[in-house]
Design a protein around this ligand. Sequence first.
Ligand code: V0V
Length: 140
Amino acid sequence: GVLGVDHVGIAVPDLDAAIEWYASTLGLAVTHEEVNEEQGVREAMLSAPGGIGGAAVQLLAPLRADSAIGKFIDRNGPGIQQLAYRVADVEAVSAALRAKGLRLLYDEPRRGTAGSRINFVHPKDAGGVLVELVEPAAAH
Ligand code: V0V
């Protein structure tokens, strides 16, 4: 099942400007940064140094105008785009939600941040929230 909230994803037009804003305003630090070509994003994970270790903030900037984040910003402007729940087994949770009639966006999990495996529930089947399921890469 769901283990907790992993991260909150925020669509931003300019990743470097957003990283600077979160650092200087809220004191959040980047723990991971990468480009995900398949998802069309440049993304950064942020957390509070010495904080409570809660959910991360994921800043998502579009690589292309026709990407999910590009379209989201076009339609809504910058803002919260998704809520990601951590799961131990993304296939099992996806199957359980499909069995309840929810639409999962992918037939098979795709690659997410830091080698994780991800899928999404369509926002129209989740109370208007784009729900991501994220199975982290195996601990090493
Ligand atoms: C669209 N809608 C949303 C939404 N995006 N509602 C809440 N939150 C969002 N983020 C609503 C929209 O206002 C429309 O409502 C309706 O859904 C449109 O649905 P659609 O035509 O089926 O789809 P699109 O073209 O608007 O695309 C939405 C979806 C797309 C969710 C299908 O964004 C997608 O494929 N997302 C999954 C991939 C993704 O988000 N990648 C970026 C993050 P009305 O107007 O009809 O009422 S990558 C990531 O998170 C990584 C790498 C990671 O965490 O590791």
